[in-house]
Design a protein around this ligand. Structure first.
Ligand code: GTR
Length: 343
């Protein structure tokens, strides 16, 4: 298991060029700035989760060119008496708590989590006429139109905007997090929005942290065939032979430098391919080093089961088990965040 020889070099591009390449060929161009953005707290529970936290339900109202749209999100913030790190979690359900969102445990870890259901920003299917797709009049006849990952990443930035005005949040320690398709989205949101100082991508696999070249399990052709709407229409012309791609996924990871990136894999998640996710981190490390910070540190050439590499600006762990955003993943990520949080 080695970094493929013919990997395109991120250092051949400026950051802007590399980002443009990924947007034009893979994810599509993100929506423009809306005309107005307002937040309305529609419910506030002062003593949530055994009285440990405040749980606010917020509606984000967005207008663009005379059209309007809103989506709900939740902020569960531990009562810490001082600012706490914040995490914007893209989730598969609006529920709080939820299987990937163990709210009480996350409060105990000292994290405030703002979560939203990706489907409330744009449904996870080929519909681009409702919600954010309708607001921005997404035209999928254009090759670089945004796919769903780009629309959901936009939603994460809207929620980040809300956190920016919250005194209970440590503004120097705000993460974007997601699992699987939403782990891919978290990486894209982190690449696009530098206000996320941490990016946590759990089992993001194909089109996430995993390199396309040499990847086992899901391939670029597989994902494009089943989920064409996650990507720009132009992506269809790129997925034939991964060896011919002008980029690979270490470009996406490199765009997060010099901030903090955390990638996690599960040993039995062969569809995502832990080795390919790990190699993505190794291949992105030079971009972090070029930015003056360490990339993945202390990892060796292969991921080790149970090992967690927390020292560098790329963190990584491989846990036992299947495709799931588990408590163990959250604990590792929280440990990484507190280790690297600026004092
Ligand atoms: C699968 C897809 C993966 C991953 C996963 C998920 O069907 O092939 O790339 O995104 O869905 O999001 O749960």
């Amino acid at each position: 298991m080695k970094i493929p020889q013919n990997l395109p070099r991120f250092s051949d591009y400026t950051r802007e060029e590399a980002l443009r390449l990924l947007l034009e060929k893979e994810y599509g161009c993100p929506p423009p700035q809306p005309d107005t953005l307002e937040f309305h707290v529609v419910r506030r529970e002062e003593d949530a989760f055994a009285g440990k936290a405040v749980h606010a339900t917020v509606e984000a109202w967005v207008t663009f060119q005379g059209r309007g749209f809103s989506f709900p999100f939740h902020l569960v913030c531990p009562k810490a008496g001082q600012p706490v790190p914040g995490v914007v979690l893209l989730n598969f359900t609006p529920a709080v708590p939820a299987p990937y969102l163990p709210s009480e445990e996350l409060c105990d870890l000292g994290l405030a989590v703002a979560s939203f259901h990706c489907g409330d920003v744009s449904p996870d299917n080929g519909d681009f006429t409702s919600k954010a797709g309708g607001l921005f009049q997404v035209d999928r006849s254009l090759p670089t139109a945004p796919g769903k990952l780009a629309l959901w990443a936009w939603g994460a930035s809207v929620v980040r905007e809300y956190l920016a005005a919250c005194p209970e949040i440590d503004q120097k320690a705000v993460a974007v997090a997601g699992h699987s398709r939403l782990g891919k989205t978290a990486l894209l949101a982190g690449a696009l929005d530098k206000r996320f100082q941490f990016v946590f991508a759990n089992e993001s696999g194909c089109s996430g942290a995993a390199l396309y070249r040499g990847k086992q399990g899901e391939t670029a052709a597989d994902i494009q065939r089943v989920f064409p709407y996650w990507f720009s229409p132009s992506f269809a012309s790129c997925t034939g032979d991964p060896e011919q791609l002008p980029f690979d996924q270490h470009f996406l990871l490199s765009l997060i430098a010099p901030r903090k990136l955390y990638v996690s894999s599960a040993a039995e998640d062969l569809w995502s391919d832990p080795a390919a996710e790990f190699l993505g981190c190794l291949a992105a490390s030079p971009a972090f080093e070029a930015a003056g910070v360490p990339g993945l540190v202390g990892a060796g050439e292969e991921p080790q089961l149970g090992q967690a590499c927390h020292q560098g600006n790329i963190g990584y762990h491989l846990r036992a088990g299947k495709h799931f955003l588990s408590r163990e993943d959250w604990r590792q990520f929280a440990a990484y965040l507190f280790l690297h949080r600026e004092k």
